[in-house]
Design a protein around this ligand. Structure first.
Ligand code: SAM
Length: 278
């Protein structure tokens, strides 16, 4: 059965003016108004018709309306209560398709909100986005409760997440994002697309869970990358020497201890963590 046509909605700028939603710097509010751009962002996770989506930080609802237009069943967590009336209006335009939860996303376990896998989509302030991202990727149990992540970051952070070995951007975030997921930089977003424009460019990262390598503890991998990249200019024999068994693991795996962290592939980090997890 085909979906009814999307309802006509007032322009976002009008919604913001009517509800007095001046962007609050303390909440990292930079709003997107370009509906075509928002529709392109909502298309990144793939077909959303009838699918559950968690949106974190909907603000006045620009991305939310694009997700609803794409047919998603949206649950949105927003901590700025000034935005709730605008979101309630949007909910009325898409009956039964938008659930809004007022609260701090850092304090809510989204898995408790859904009975089936859900896509996560968010345009968040940098510090909140990175904290949520690392939390969503750090659990021992895999696959996670979510089916994909589509997240706006500062361009430089998006590069760190998707970078390859041998580059200056490669580090803990890349290993965390890539060892059991496929991560790609899906779209660059110019700073002028936001109101007010932030100082730096942004980009959207899209990530889907992949198979988890066997016999590796996520916590151990985190300890290895923390030690290795904590002193990224040092040779591994120096940076890993405080981690019990790590130098023996390098010998077992024939990884030269003179190498530096940024030359190791994600698979090599996983192999070291596997030996240490055993
Ligand atoms: N999604 C809207 C857009 O794209 O135009 C707003 C994006 S704005 C960059 C970030 C939003 O996240 C704001 O509405 C802000 O109030 C909200 N926010 C910030 N920290 C949050 C948190 N810890 N939990 C939930 N929402 C948060």
């Amino acid at each position: 059965m085909s979906r009814p046509p999307a309802p006509a909605l007032p322009p976002l700028r009008e919604v913001i003016a009517r509800h007095g939603l001046t962007a609050a710097k303390a909440l990292g509010q930079n709003f997107l108004f370009d509906e075509q751009l928002l529709d392109r962002i909502a298309a990144i996770p793939g077909k959303l018709e009838g699918k559950p989506v968690l949106e974190v930080g909907p603000g006045p609802g620009g991305l939310t309306r694009a997700l609803l237009r794409a047919g998603a069943l949206v649950t949105a967590i927003e901590m700025d209560r000034r935005c709730l009336p605008a979101l309630a209006e949007l909910g009325e335009a898409f009956p039964g398709r938008l659930r809004v939860i007022e609260g701090d996303a850092l304090k809510i376990d989204p898995a408790t909100l859904f009975a089936e896998p859900y896509a996560i989509v968010a345009n968040l302030p940098y510090n909140v986005g990175t904290a949520l991202f690392t939390g969503w990727l750090s659990g021992e149990s895999w696959p996670p409760a979510w089916s994909s992540l589509t997240l706006m970051f500062q361009h430089e952070v998006a590069q760190r997440i998707t970078s390859a070995p041998g580059t200056s951007a490669y580090g803990r975030l890349a290993v965390l994002a890539q060892w059991r997921s496929e991560a790609r930089l899906a779209m660059k977003v110019h700073r002028s697309a936001f109101t007010p424009p932030p100082k730096v460019m942004s980009a959207i990262v899209h990530l889907v869970p992949a198979a988890m390598p066997e016999g590796v503890s996520a916590r151990m991998l985190e300890r290895v990358t923390e030690a290795a990249f904590g002193q990224r200019r040092k040779m591994l024999r120096q940076s890993l020497k405080g981690l019990p068994g790590a130098l023996e693991a390098l010998a077992t795996l024939a990884i030269e201890p003179e190498r530096r962290a940024e030359t190791l592939s994600v698979a090599e980090f996983v192999a070291i963590a596997r030996v240490l997890s055993g």
